[in-house]
Design a protein around this ligand. Sequence first.
Ligand code: ZN
Length: 409
Amino acid sequence: VNCRHCGAETTLPLVDLGSAPFSNGYLSKEALRAPEKWYPLRVLTCTECWLAQTDDFADREELFSPDYAYFSSFSTTWLRHSECYVASVVNRFALDGRSKVIEVASNDGYLLQYVKALGIPCLGIEPTASTAAAARGRGIDVVQEFFGVDLADRLVAAGHSADLMVANNVLAHVPNINDFVAGFARLLKPDGVATFEFPHLMRLVDGNHFDTVYHEHFSYLSLTSATTVFARNGLTMFDVEELPTHGGSLRVYAQRADTGRREASTRLARLAKIEVEAGITSRSFYTSFQAKADRVKDDFLAFLIEARRDGKAVAAYGAAAKGNTLLNYAGIRPDLVRFVVDLNPAKQGKFMPGSRIPIVDEQHLQREKPDFIVILPWNLRAEVTEQLQYVKAWRGRFVTAVSKLDIDS
Ligand SMILES: [Zn+2]
């Protein structure tokens, strides 16, 4: 297998999760009568550029099907995060009514709504029809396409150029990372800024977040590998922040390599040094991960089996992609986890891929009163626990499996 960035052969394994269907392949009731396709799921690391990556064997049109339905606005934590971000960059880069903000993977307009509210012109780029339509419903212009050099050039030809480009949680999800990053260098104004947020590989490994591995998540980036990918595609980083989102993310600030004049911050140099000291450019950092992932999986499975033997009912909350990785790697079926509650009406009535656990609405939870509720998007534990306080009335207890099994008392 060749590295999706530099083309060198990738030989260093990070984790092998056997095989799984696509994490976003939610099944209709009719589809339960048909077989499912399972694909190998493993992450390999390139020892030339240190980009960790999944094997690439499916085309993106199959992965991002039209009914793929993740709406960012369903998470209030994420909305708050986005509102704070907008306030911060508008202030830092002095954006106003003469500026232009372009967001790639603008989803349902969860972020650009705050830009628009400040009277700053903005444009969304989003290939998924359902979320693009939701953003247009908020009055936001959306180009419904995948982003890359080709689209960037057409937008430039149509008179677009950006003071700020935003890419949150999309860099890791693009199959052709070089073409994607190069598009930013084309579409930015000479002194424009692009910010990218992505899960930090160092935190993923530290925190045992093996469930954030799935087919749609192509790249697992460190500051080290992202710096290399950017440099070879016309962008230079000048700042970085560490964020708590998704169990530990990076927000990097980049400018055009040819025209950007901002000086690199000291925290950029500091984090680069921390990564090297943590071993990000050594093989052992990667080879130690499988055993940690297996321990999390074994502990979770032991908990479910014990609960079943005790006659306790276990349900789950949040039909998230990471939940599918955990459930399928552990081989869990509806006998161990009876149902998954999700607020998104597009997922209700469907079934989790692989595990085939039914996805239900919140009323179902209130009727069934399970003894344990496993929060699959563990990064939202505080938010979900607060939202579902009423389960305490029947002594329901919350559980998360990652970073380690955690059952509240
Ligand atoms: Zn490479």
